[in-house]
Design a protein around this ligand. Sequence first.
Ligand SMILES: [Zn+2]
Length: 280
Amino acid sequence: MTQGSFVPGHRGPAFVAGEVVCCLFQGSRLLVARGADGLPQLPQLDAAACGLPLKSAQYLGRLEGRHCYGLHLPPQAKLPGGLELLGLRALILEGNDLASALAGQAFQLLEWERTHRFCGSCGAPTTPHAADRAVECAECRIVYYPRISPVMMALVHRGNGASGELLLTRKPNYAPGRYTVVAGFVEAGESLEQCLAREVKEEVGVDIREPRYFGSQPWPFPNSLVMAFSAEWAGGEVDPDPAELEDAQWFSIDALPELPEPVHISRQLIDDTIARLRGS
Ligand SMILES: [Zn+2]
């Protein structure tokens, strides 16, 4: 089941019976079915009859009326016939948006659950919180919520129309010839605007003005929320940080290098900015 209406929720019935939609992970790989179109789909299983030794469950919501769960499968579990294991990154790149979003959410929640079984302050076991999607220390009552790490993404541009240019960067581990935008984690005590200016200055040495929000994308490797902005170049020469980057340079919008796949918000930000520069 990959299309249709999804209603998110964090409290649902225990994983006990009936047909449910599953984001079933064995390690970091997800169990998928293949639809008639060949695209990966989340399997529907009868929770009572599937025979799987399911370890834990995070409730995700209802997809076309069916309850939806994220679960871990033990490493030795025998997989049901007709299903295959697929890496989460591969699922996202294959372009099934709803399955990718649900599986990404499930993966983040399961990882959070796995790494918060004990209190970081006193070491006592945690238990599910009564009201929120959270766990609570049984002894000192500290509440731990799912961890989300904000990442700022900046596409710096200058010029208009045919003379428009984008400042793009390349790290050593990228695919050959590929460039993308500046990105970095928000630091404690920092506003998004301060983070944007700092990351651009640190990574490529230039100043920016008039940041413009484009959009956001959860990125579950392991728990990022990417917030994408474009910004005008305000001064300074490009000076890539050698600790982070292999290269950074201005590219004409008519002579761009290889870019990230369209599923990435970085690519959507680049495409949107080019369209605005061409139209201005
Ligand atoms: Zn505690």
